[in-house]
Design a protein around this ligand. Sequence first.
Ligand SMILES: [Zn+2]
Length: 450
Amino acid sequence: MDEERPYWNMEIEPILNTPEMREIQLNGLKVFLRRLYDNAPFYTRKFDELGVVPEKIKSLEEFSSSVPLFDKEGLRAMVMEFGGDILKVLDQIMPVGVDDLNIMATTTGTTGIPTPYPMSWHDMEDVWGESIVRGMWRAGVRKHDRILFCFALSMVIAGIPTMMGGRRLGAMAIPVGAEAGTDRIMLMQTLFRGTVYCGTPSLADYLVEKCKEQGRDPKDLGLRTLFCGGEPGAGIPEVRERLESAFGARIFDAGAGFGVSCDHEEYQGMHWTGEDLAFLELVDPDTKEPVPFEDGAEGEAVISVFAGDGMSWLRTSMGDIQQVFTEPCPCGQTGFRYKVVGRTDDMLKVKGVIIYPNMVEGVVGGFVPKVTGQFRIVLTEKPPRVVPPLKIKIERADDFPPDGLPELEGEMKAAFKAKAKLTPEIIWLEAGELERSTYKGQTFEKLYEE
Ligand SMILES: [Zn+2]
Protein backbone atom coordinates (compact mmCIF):
# COMPACT_ATOMS: atom_id res chain seq x y z
CA MET A 1 0.00 0.00 0.00
CA ASP A 2 1.13 3.51 -0.81
CA GLU A 3 2.44 5.00 2.44
CA GLU A 4 2.45 8.49 0.93
CA ARG A 5 -1.26 8.66 0.14
CA PRO A 6 -3.06 11.43 2.06
CA TYR A 7 -5.82 9.31 3.53
CA TRP A 8 -6.19 5.80 4.86
CA ASN A 9 -9.46 5.32 2.98
CA MET A 10 -9.08 6.81 -0.50
CA GLU A 11 -12.61 5.81 -1.47
CA ILE A 12 -14.44 7.65 1.32
CA GLU A 13 -12.24 10.36 2.78
CA PRO A 14 -11.92 12.44 -0.42
CA ILE A 15 -15.73 12.88 -0.53
CA LEU A 16 -16.29 13.84 3.11
CA ASN A 17 -18.43 16.94 3.66
CA THR A 18 -19.97 16.86 0.15
CA PRO A 19 -23.58 16.47 -1.07
CA GLU A 20 -22.63 12.96 -2.23
CA MET A 21 -21.68 12.07 1.34
CA ARG A 22 -24.97 13.43 2.67
CA GLU A 23 -26.77 11.05 0.29
CA ILE A 24 -24.71 8.17 1.71
CA GLN A 25 -25.67 9.30 5.22
CA LEU A 26 -29.36 9.56 4.48
CA ASN A 27 -29.42 6.09 2.95
CA GLY A 28 -27.33 4.71 5.80
CA LEU A 29 -29.69 6.18 8.38
CA LYS A 30 -32.76 4.74 6.64
CA VAL A 31 -31.26 1.25 6.53
CA PHE A 32 -30.25 1.65 10.18
CA LEU A 33 -33.75 2.73 11.27
CA ARG A 34 -35.19 -0.27 9.43
CA ARG A 35 -32.72 -2.62 11.20
CA LEU A 36 -33.73 -1.10 14.54
CA TYR A 37 -37.44 -1.33 13.78
CA ASP A 38 -37.15 -4.98 12.79
CA ASN A 39 -34.80 -6.11 15.57
CA ALA A 40 -34.92 -3.76 18.57
CA PRO A 41 -38.27 -3.99 20.43
CA PHE A 42 -37.83 -0.58 22.08
CA TYR A 43 -37.65 1.08 18.66
CA THR A 44 -40.44 -1.03 17.16
CA ARG A 45 -42.74 0.40 19.83
CA LYS A 46 -41.28 3.90 19.63
CA PHE A 47 -41.48 4.22 15.85
CA ASP A 48 -45.05 2.84 15.77
CA GLU A 49 -46.03 5.32 18.47
CA LEU A 50 -44.52 8.27 16.57
CA GLY A 51 -45.38 7.09 13.08
CA VAL A 52 -41.75 6.91 11.95
CA VAL A 53 -41.46 4.94 8.71
CA PRO A 54 -37.75 4.62 7.85
CA GLU A 55 -38.22 4.49 4.07
CA LYS A 56 -40.34 7.63 4.04
CA ILE A 57 -37.68 9.95 5.48
CA LYS A 58 -36.71 12.38 2.71
CA SER A 59 -33.84 14.38 4.19
CA LEU A 60 -31.36 14.59 7.04
CA GLU A 61 -33.42 17.48 8.43
CA GLU A 62 -36.52 15.29 8.44
CA PHE A 63 -34.53 12.57 10.22
CA SER A 64 -33.56 15.08 12.94
CA SER A 65 -37.07 16.40 13.41
CA SER A 66 -38.92 13.07 13.39
CA VAL A 67 -36.66 10.68 15.32
CA PRO A 68 -36.55 11.25 19.10
CA LEU A 69 -33.36 11.82 21.10
CA PHE A 70 -32.11 8.97 23.24
CA ASP A 71 -30.40 10.38 26.32
CA LYS A 72 -28.65 9.07 29.40
CA GLU A 73 -31.81 9.59 31.43
CA GLY A 74 -33.70 7.44 28.95
CA LEU A 75 -31.13 4.69 29.36
CA ARG A 76 -31.23 5.00 33.13
CA ALA A 77 -35.04 4.74 33.11
CA MET A 78 -34.83 1.57 30.99
CA VAL A 79 -32.23 0.04 33.30
CA MET A 80 -34.65 0.64 36.21
CA GLU A 81 -37.55 -0.82 34.21
CA PHE A 82 -35.56 -4.02 33.61
CA GLY A 83 -34.55 -4.35 37.24
CA GLY A 84 -30.95 -3.31 36.64
CA ASP A 85 -30.36 -5.91 33.90
CA ILE A 86 -28.30 -3.92 31.38
CA LEU A 87 -27.97 -6.86 29.00
CA LYS A 88 -31.76 -7.04 28.68
CA VAL A 89 -31.84 -3.30 28.03
CA LEU A 90 -29.23 -3.68 25.28
CA ASP A 91 -31.36 -6.37 23.64
CA GLN A 92 -34.15 -3.80 23.48
CA ILE A 93 -32.16 -1.06 21.76
CA MET A 94 -29.59 -2.81 19.53
CA PRO A 95 -30.18 -4.10 15.98
CA VAL A 96 -28.24 -7.27 16.96
CA GLY A 97 -28.59 -9.62 19.93
CA VAL A 98 -26.36 -9.72 23.00
CA ASP A 99 -24.96 -13.05 21.72
CA ASP A 100 -23.63 -11.23 18.64
CA LEU A 101 -21.41 -9.01 20.79
CA ASN A 102 -17.70 -9.68 21.15
CA ILE A 103 -16.43 -7.04 23.52
CA MET A 104 -17.90 -4.76 26.15
CA ALA A 105 -16.38 -1.39 26.89
CA THR A 106 -17.90 1.50 28.84
CA THR A 107 -17.51 5.20 29.47
CA THR A 108 -15.27 6.05 32.40
CA GLY A 109 -18.45 6.59 34.41
CA THR A 110 -17.16 9.32 36.68
CA THR A 111 -20.75 9.70 37.87
CA GLY A 112 -23.10 6.79 38.45
CA ILE A 113 -23.33 3.69 36.28
CA PRO A 114 -20.95 3.81 33.30
CA THR A 115 -22.67 3.84 29.91
CA PRO A 116 -22.01 0.57 28.05
CA TYR A 117 -20.23 0.55 24.68
CA PRO A 118 -21.07 -2.92 23.38
CA MET A 119 -19.18 -4.01 20.25
CA SER A 120 -19.13 -6.82 17.72
CA TRP A 121 -15.99 -7.53 15.67
CA HIS A 122 -17.64 -5.53 12.89
CA ASP A 123 -17.89 -2.52 15.24
CA MET A 124 -14.32 -2.98 16.37
CA GLU A 125 -12.81 -3.33 12.89
CA ASP A 126 -15.07 -1.49 10.48
CA VAL A 127 -16.64 1.24 12.59
CA TRP A 128 -14.57 2.27 15.62
CA GLY A 129 -11.37 0.74 14.25
CA GLU A 130 -11.90 2.33 10.84
CA SER A 131 -12.15 5.77 12.44
CA ILE A 132 -9.02 5.07 14.48
CA VAL A 133 -6.92 4.02 11.47
CA ARG A 134 -8.17 7.02 9.48
CA GLY A 135 -7.21 9.35 12.33
CA MET A 136 -3.83 7.76 13.00
CA TRP A 137 -3.00 7.74 9.29
CA ARG A 138 -3.68 11.49 9.14
CA ALA A 139 -1.41 11.88 12.18
CA GLY A 140 1.34 10.22 10.13
CA VAL A 141 1.37 6.88 11.97
CA ARG A 142 2.66 4.12 9.69
CA LYS A 143 3.70 0.47 9.80
CA HIS A 144 7.23 1.20 10.99
CA ASP A 145 5.94 3.03 14.09
CA ARG A 146 5.86 1.71 17.63
CA ILE A 147 2.88 2.95 19.65
CA LEU A 148 3.39 3.46 23.37
CA PHE A 149 -0.20 2.77 24.38
CA CYS A 150 -1.00 4.70 27.57
CA PHE A 151 -4.78 4.93 27.64
CA ALA A 152 -6.34 2.97 30.49
CA LEU A 153 -6.81 -0.55 29.12
CA SER A 154 -9.53 -1.57 31.54
CA MET A 155 -13.05 -1.26 30.11
CA VAL A 156 -12.87 2.18 28.49
CA ILE A 157 -13.35 2.49 24.75
CA ALA A 158 -10.12 4.48 24.42
CA GLY A 159 -8.32 1.39 25.73
CA ILE A 160 -8.37 -2.11 24.23
CA PRO A 161 -10.98 -1.32 21.52
CA THR A 162 -8.84 1.57 20.28
CA MET A 163 -5.60 -0.40 20.44
CA MET A 164 -7.10 -3.38 18.62
CA GLY A 165 -9.06 -1.13 16.27
CA GLY A 166 -5.82 0.42 15.07
CA ARG A 167 -4.18 -2.91 14.28
CA ARG A 168 -4.65 -2.66 10.49
CA LEU A 169 -2.02 0.09 10.36
CA GLY A 170 0.48 -2.67 11.01
CA ALA A 171 2.40 -0.68 13.62
CA MET A 172 3.76 -2.25 16.80
CA ALA A 173 1.61 -1.67 19.90
CA ILE A 174 3.28 -1.47 23.30
CA PRO A 175 0.22 -1.97 25.54
CA VAL A 176 1.53 -0.64 28.83
CA GLY A 177 -1.71 1.16 29.84
CA ALA A 178 -2.27 4.03 32.25
CA GLU A 179 -2.94 1.57 35.09
CA ALA A 180 0.70 0.49 35.04
CA GLY A 181 1.75 3.88 36.39
CA THR A 182 4.33 6.37 35.17
CA ASP A 183 7.42 4.48 36.36
CA ARG A 184 6.44 1.43 34.33
CA ILE A 185 5.51 3.59 31.32
CA MET A 186 8.93 5.28 31.46
CA LEU A 187 10.65 1.90 31.72
CA MET A 188 8.76 0.42 28.74
CA GLN A 189 9.47 3.50 26.67
CA THR A 190 13.15 3.31 27.54
CA LEU A 191 13.28 -0.37 26.57
CA PHE A 192 11.18 -0.39 23.41
CA ARG A 193 11.51 3.22 22.18
CA GLY A 194 7.97 4.00 21.06
CA THR A 195 7.68 6.63 18.36
CA VAL A 196 4.03 7.47 19.01
CA TYR A 197 2.46 8.24 22.38
CA CYS A 198 -1.21 7.31 22.61
CA GLY A 199 -2.91 8.57 25.78
CA THR A 200 -4.41 11.50 27.63
CA PRO A 201 -2.72 14.92 27.57
CA SER A 202 -2.68 14.99 31.39
CA LEU A 203 -0.69 11.75 31.48
CA ALA A 204 1.72 13.22 28.92
CA ASP A 205 2.13 16.21 31.24
CA TYR A 206 2.75 13.86 34.13
CA LEU A 207 5.49 12.13 32.11
CA VAL A 208 7.18 15.49 31.58
CA GLU A 209 7.22 16.01 35.35
CA LYS A 210 8.60 12.48 35.87
CA CYS A 211 11.39 13.19 33.40
CA LYS A 212 12.30 16.35 35.31
CA GLU A 213 12.41 14.38 38.57
CA GLN A 214 14.74 11.85 36.98
CA GLY A 215 16.90 14.56 35.43
CA ARG A 216 15.94 13.48 31.90
CA ASP A 217 14.89 15.61 28.96
CA PRO A 218 11.47 14.41 27.67
CA LYS A 219 12.83 14.90 24.14
CA ASP A 220 15.24 12.03 24.75
CA LEU A 221 12.28 9.65 25.08
CA GLY A 222 12.18 9.71 21.28
CA LEU A 223 8.43 10.23 20.81
CA ARG A 224 7.70 11.87 17.46
CA THR A 225 3.92 12.04 17.66
CA LEU A 226 1.48 12.47 20.53
CA PHE A 227 -1.93 11.03 19.66
CA CYS A 228 -4.11 12.34 22.47
CA GLY A 229 -7.72 12.00 23.53
CA GLY A 230 -9.97 11.23 26.47
CA GLU A 231 -10.07 14.88 27.52
CA PRO A 232 -9.85 18.23 25.77
CA GLY A 233 -6.22 19.21 26.48
CA ALA A 234 -4.84 18.52 23.00
CA GLY A 235 -7.32 21.06 21.63
CA ILE A 236 -6.23 23.83 23.99
CA PRO A 237 -3.52 25.98 22.33
CA GLU A 238 -1.51 26.54 25.53
CA VAL A 239 -1.48 22.81 26.37
CA ARG A 240 -0.54 21.87 22.79
CA GLU A 241 2.36 24.24 22.76
CA ARG A 242 3.62 23.08 26.14
CA LEU A 243 3.53 19.37 25.24
CA GLU A 244 4.93 19.82 21.72
CA SER A 245 7.92 21.79 22.95
CA ALA A 246 8.53 19.49 25.94
CA PHE A 247 8.60 16.31 23.81
CA GLY A 248 9.78 17.86 20.57
CA ALA A 249 6.79 16.07 19.01
CA ARG A 250 3.68 16.92 17.02
CA ILE A 251 0.42 16.61 18.93
CA PHE A 252 -2.90 15.40 17.49
CA ASP A 253 -6.27 15.65 19.19
CA ALA A 254 -8.72 12.79 18.69
CA GLY A 255 -12.07 11.82 20.11
CA ALA A 256 -15.42 13.32 21.11
CA GLY A 257 -16.69 11.65 17.96
CA PHE A 258 -15.03 10.23 14.87
CA GLY A 259 -12.30 12.76 14.25
CA VAL A 260 -8.74 13.91 14.55
CA SER A 261 -7.03 17.29 14.39
CA CYS A 262 -4.72 18.18 11.52
CA ASP A 263 -1.12 19.30 11.41
CA HIS A 264 -1.89 22.97 10.76
CA GLU A 265 0.24 25.37 12.86
CA GLU A 266 -2.86 26.76 14.56
CA TYR A 267 -5.43 24.35 16.04
CA GLN A 268 -8.34 24.10 13.59
CA GLY A 269 -10.49 21.66 15.53
CA MET A 270 -10.81 17.98 14.63
CA HIS A 271 -11.70 16.83 11.13
CA TRP A 272 -14.69 14.50 11.27
CA THR A 273 -13.50 11.49 9.26
CA GLY A 274 -16.40 9.09 9.83
CA GLU A 275 -19.35 10.59 7.98
CA ASP A 276 -20.06 7.29 6.24
CA LEU A 277 -20.25 5.59 9.65
CA ALA A 278 -21.96 8.12 11.88
CA PHE A 279 -24.12 11.21 11.55
CA LEU A 280 -23.33 14.20 13.74
CA GLU A 281 -25.90 16.88 14.43
CA LEU A 282 -26.24 19.77 16.87
CA VAL A 283 -29.19 20.55 19.11
CA ASP A 284 -29.97 23.42 21.45
CA PRO A 285 -28.82 22.22 24.91
CA ASP A 286 -31.96 23.60 26.57
CA THR A 287 -34.79 22.95 24.13
CA LYS A 288 -33.10 19.99 22.31
CA GLU A 289 -34.35 21.46 19.00
CA PRO A 290 -32.04 20.87 16.00
CA VAL A 291 -29.52 23.66 15.31
CA PRO A 292 -28.76 24.23 11.58
CA PHE A 293 -25.42 22.62 10.75
CA GLU A 294 -23.53 25.63 9.34
CA ASP A 295 -20.06 27.07 9.62
CA GLY A 296 -19.54 28.34 13.19
CA ALA A 297 -22.73 26.76 14.60
CA GLU A 298 -22.60 25.66 18.22
CA GLY A 299 -24.75 23.20 20.14
CA GLU A 300 -24.99 19.92 22.02
CA ALA A 301 -23.46 17.16 19.90
CA VAL A 302 -25.82 14.32 19.04
CA ILE A 303 -24.56 11.22 17.24
CA SER A 304 -26.18 8.40 15.29
CA VAL A 305 -23.74 5.58 14.55
CA PHE A 306 -25.70 4.07 11.70
CA ALA A 307 -23.04 1.61 10.52
CA GLY A 308 -22.78 -0.22 13.83
CA ASP A 309 -24.09 -3.39 15.45
CA GLY A 310 -23.69 -2.92 19.19
CA MET A 311 -22.20 0.49 18.53
CA SER A 312 -25.52 1.62 17.22
CA TRP A 313 -26.49 4.78 19.01
CA LEU A 314 -29.46 6.58 17.58
CA ARG A 315 -29.60 10.36 18.15
CA THR A 316 -27.63 10.00 21.38
CA SER A 317 -26.08 13.01 23.10
CA MET A 318 -22.32 12.81 23.57
CA GLY A 319 -22.56 15.24 26.47
CA ASP A 320 -20.42 17.79 24.63
CA ILE A 321 -21.06 21.29 23.46
CA GLN A 322 -19.34 21.50 20.09
CA GLN A 323 -18.73 24.18 17.49
CA VAL A 324 -18.56 23.05 13.87
CA PHE A 325 -16.78 24.49 10.84
CA THR A 326 -18.02 23.41 7.44
CA GLU A 327 -15.77 25.69 5.37
CA PRO A 328 -12.56 24.11 4.00
CA CYS A 329 -9.66 23.90 6.44
CA PRO A 330 -6.45 25.79 5.57
CA CYS A 331 -4.61 22.46 5.93
CA GLY A 332 -6.37 21.20 2.79
CA GLN A 333 -7.67 17.97 4.33
CA THR A 334 -11.27 16.84 3.95
CA GLY A 335 -13.99 16.56 6.58
CA PHE A 336 -15.85 19.30 8.41
CA ARG A 337 -14.24 20.28 11.68
CA TYR A 338 -15.51 20.38 15.24
CA LYS A 339 -14.16 21.87 18.44
CA VAL A 340 -15.25 20.77 21.88
CA VAL A 341 -16.36 23.90 23.72
CA GLY A 342 -17.06 22.00 26.94
CA ARG A 343 -18.93 19.13 28.57
CA THR A 344 -22.60 19.79 29.27
CA ASP A 345 -21.99 18.33 32.77
CA ASP A 346 -19.07 20.71 33.40
CA MET A 347 -20.85 23.92 32.50
CA LEU A 348 -20.73 26.66 35.12
CA LYS A 349 -22.74 29.87 35.23
CA VAL A 350 -21.06 32.71 37.04
CA LYS A 351 -23.34 35.76 37.13
CA GLY A 352 -24.99 34.56 33.93
CA VAL A 353 -21.64 34.08 32.14
CA ILE A 354 -21.12 30.52 30.91
CA ILE A 355 -17.72 29.10 31.85
CA TYR A 356 -16.21 25.75 30.87
CA PRO A 357 -13.12 24.26 32.53
CA ASN A 358 -11.38 24.21 29.10
CA MET A 359 -11.23 28.00 29.26
CA VAL A 360 -9.71 27.93 32.76
CA GLU A 361 -7.19 25.30 31.62
CA GLY A 362 -6.23 27.51 28.69
CA VAL A 363 -5.61 30.60 30.83
CA VAL A 364 -3.69 28.70 33.52
CA GLY A 365 -1.70 26.82 30.87
CA GLY A 366 -0.67 30.14 29.33
CA PHE A 367 1.29 30.95 32.50
CA VAL A 368 3.49 27.83 32.49
CA PRO A 369 6.42 27.74 33.49
CA LYS A 370 5.56 30.25 36.24
CA VAL A 371 2.85 27.81 37.34
CA THR A 372 2.75 24.01 36.96
CA GLY A 373 -0.42 24.12 34.85
CA GLN A 374 -2.33 22.10 37.44
CA PHE A 375 -5.51 23.63 38.84
CA ARG A 376 -8.81 22.82 40.55
CA ILE A 377 -12.05 24.74 40.38
CA VAL A 378 -13.50 24.71 43.89
CA LEU A 379 -17.27 24.26 43.94
CA THR A 380 -19.15 24.86 47.16
CA GLU A 381 -22.57 24.27 45.60
CA LYS A 382 -23.92 21.92 42.98
CA PRO A 383 -23.25 23.40 39.52
CA PRO A 384 -24.05 25.01 37.15
CA ARG A 385 -24.77 28.13 39.23
CA VAL A 386 -21.74 29.56 41.03
CA VAL A 387 -21.95 32.44 43.47
CA PRO A 388 -19.01 34.69 42.53
CA PRO A 389 -16.11 34.80 42.88
CA LEU A 390 -15.22 31.50 41.21
CA LYS A 391 -12.48 29.93 43.35
CA ILE A 392 -9.54 28.38 41.52
CA LYS A 393 -6.63 26.59 43.17
CA ILE A 394 -3.42 27.02 41.18
CA GLU A 395 0.07 25.61 41.84
CA ARG A 396 3.01 27.95 41.52
CA ALA A 397 6.06 26.38 39.91
CA ASP A 398 8.79 25.02 42.19
CA ASP A 399 11.24 27.72 41.20
CA PHE A 400 8.82 30.65 41.09
CA PRO A 401 9.53 33.06 44.00
CA PRO A 402 6.61 33.47 46.45
CA ASP A 403 7.12 37.25 46.56
CA GLY A 404 6.33 37.40 42.83
CA LEU A 405 2.86 35.93 43.40
CA PRO A 406 0.88 39.18 43.84
CA GLU A 407 2.10 40.43 40.47
CA LEU A 408 1.45 37.07 38.80
CA GLU A 409 -2.01 36.97 40.33
CA GLY A 410 -2.76 40.40 38.85
CA GLU A 411 -1.67 39.21 35.39
CA MET A 412 -3.74 36.04 35.65
CA LYS A 413 -6.85 37.88 36.76
CA ALA A 414 -6.44 40.26 33.82
CA ALA A 415 -6.18 37.25 31.50
CA PHE A 416 -9.38 35.70 32.93
CA LYS A 417 -11.15 39.01 32.57
CA ALA A 418 -10.05 39.44 28.96
CA LYS A 419 -10.93 35.88 27.97
CA ALA A 420 -14.21 35.36 29.81
CA LYS A 421 -15.19 38.51 31.75
CA LEU A 422 -14.37 36.50 34.86
CA THR A 423 -12.74 37.72 38.08
CA PRO A 424 -11.86 34.58 40.01
CA GLU A 425 -10.42 34.19 43.47
CA ILE A 426 -7.03 32.50 43.15
CA ILE A 427 -5.87 30.19 45.92
CA TRP A 428 -2.13 29.52 45.62
CA LEU A 429 -0.66 26.09 46.24
CA GLU A 430 2.88 24.71 46.23
CA ALA A 431 4.05 22.67 43.23
CA GLY A 432 2.89 19.05 43.54
CA GLU A 433 0.14 19.70 46.09
CA LEU A 434 -2.65 18.63 43.74
CA GLU A 435 -2.99 14.91 43.15
CA ARG A 436 -1.80 13.80 39.68
CA SER A 437 -3.71 11.30 37.64
CA THR A 438 -2.54 8.75 35.09
CA TYR A 439 -5.98 8.87 33.55
CA LYS A 440 -8.11 11.96 33.05
CA GLY A 441 -7.04 15.12 34.80
CA GLN A 442 -9.24 16.28 37.66
CA THR A 443 -10.94 19.61 37.17
CA PHE A 444 -13.20 20.16 40.16
CA GLU A 445 -12.94 19.98 43.90
CA LYS A 446 -16.54 19.41 44.92
CA LEU A 447 -16.93 20.56 48.50
CA TYR A 448 -20.70 20.18 48.42
CA GLU A 449 -20.37 16.40 48.15
CA GLU A 450 -18.43 16.15 51.39
ZN1 LIG B 1 -7.20 20.88 8.93
